[in-house]
Design a binder for this molecule. Structure first.
Ligand SMILES: Cc1ncc(COP(=O)(O)O)c(C=O)c1O
Length: 398
């Protein structure tokens, strides 16, 4: 056995012995990454078409992120939110200048951004309409995270069942069903949470009519429209925010994943109107918006909001989607998505395709049992897409 193989086996054994088993892991140990490529403990290279689940928008080991993080750590690493710091203030300004928002609340993950949005929506409703307007509407196929509040919005039986009772006041409406909205959104609703493009639920793109109808229903009943762009935001769909494709603006938006450039960071963006209901002490977090993560996020936001980068995402997305449609397997039922957020729906479970991808040096993701999900770094080029298509040609069942 090669030394590397022994080390990989040891690490796997330690991991299995000591890390709580909440994940099913791939059968290799990753040790380093560069650009589109990651390398395992045995020296095998993989083209990364998953980006650590939509995180590594700029690929692995981006020199500008490394330099910013390094410099910030040497200057001021952590001070808590009791003090002003420039990286946080400047990142918030930049996020507001690039979006509908007037204020930003920082946190450390996607689920935390959702928890914050739940609290802000309830506080806003209580301030304006009293204590009874607490209802939250979310959608079938949606995914908003695993913490207690976010879990109540994530209508997946296997995720929710062991943890009941869930946070009360949540109802789950059918996604993309305009006619059903009326039955769910009413005077008791304080917020409607929706992903403009559902990620975990199978890469389902909302229709413009659906998002417009949600906006109208929210306006009619004084409810807040919350776009969960934790997966679809930060340039992933070829626009900085997916909502830009639909001509509908939210009252709040949740971000995480790509925002921190690989460091844990989330954010809840709010209009000034919603923000006016929030006071010191309503919410908070020790690490949130820390200088190091904020410096990394400044680099990511600057790069992914560059029109040239967004045009590249659109071009690569169209190329990849076109090539996937040409694959011609009778088992492929649909190829869908926006930009570089792409799902390939099959009539067979895709777990074996993901596994076969590993064996041929390509990292793929699933979204549910039957959808293969592609979320490459936004820096992907035609060369890597060519290689992916070669591999998929071999491993997609015909
Ligand atoms: C749309 C969406 N919302 C929320 C989350 C939860 O984010 P996190 O895993 O950072 O808590 C995810 C994660 O996959 C997501 O895709």
């Amino acid at each position: 056995m090669a030394l590397e193989t022994r080390q990989a086996a040891e690490i796997t054994e330690k991991d299995t012995s000591y890390v709580l088993g909440t994940y099913k892991r791939a059968p290799f140990v990753l040790v380093r990454g560069q650009g589109m490529t990651v390398v395992d403990a045995e020296g095998r290279e993989y083209l990364d078409f998953g980006s650590g689940i939509a995180v590594n928008a700029l690929g692995h080991a981006d020199p500008e992120i490394i330099a910013a993080v390094h410099e910030q750590l040497e200057t001021l690493g952590h001070v808590s939110n009791l003090y002003h710091t420039a990286p946080q203030a400047e990142l918030a300004e930049s996020l507001c200048q690039h979006s509908f928002a007037g204020k930003v609340y920082f946190c450390n993950s996607g689920a935390e951004a959702i928890e914050a949005a739940i609290k802000f929506a309830r506080k806003y409703a209580r301030t304006h309409d009293g204590p009874d307007k607490t209802g939250i509407v979310a959608f079938s196929g949606g995914f908003h995270g695993r913490t207690a509040g976010a879990l109540a919005l994530t209508a997946r039986e296997q995720y929710q069942a062991p943890f009941r009772p869930l946070m009360p006041g949540v109802s789950i409406a059918p996604f993309n069903d305009v006619d059903a909205i009326r039955a769910f959104v009413g005077p008791q609703t304080c917020a409607v949470f929706v992903e403009p493009v559902q990620g975990e639920g199978g890469v389902n793109v909302a229709t413009p009519e659906f998002l417009r109808a949600l906006r109208e229903a929210c306006d009619e009943h004084g409810a807040l429209l919350v776009f969960d762009e934790i997966q679809s935001g930060m340039g992933r769909t070829g626009r900085l925010w997916a909502y830009e494709h639909f001509g509908v603006q939210p009252d709040m938006m949740t971000l995480a994943k790509a925002l921190g450039g690989g460091l844990p960071m989330g954010a809840t963006l709010l209009t000034d109107e919603v923000a006016s209901a929030i006071e010191p002490g309503d919410h908070g977090s020790t690490f949130a918006g820390g200088p190091v993560a904020a410096r990394a996020a400044q680099v990511v936001l600057k790069r992914v909001s560059d029109p040239a980068m967004l045009a590249h995402v659109e071009k690569m997305g169209a190329l990849l989607m076109g090539r996937l449609r040409e694959l011609g397997s009778p088992h492929i039922k649909d190829v869908r998505g926006l930009g570089l957020m792409i799902g390939v729906e099959m009539d067979v479970p895709v777990a074996s395709v993901v596994q076969a991808g590993y064996e041929r040096g390509v990292i793929l993701l699933n979204a549910g049992e039957n959808v293969l999900r592609l979320l490459p770094p936004l820096i992907v080029t035609e060369k890597e897409i060519d290689r992916l298509m070669e591999v998929l040609g071999e491993i997609i069942p015909h």
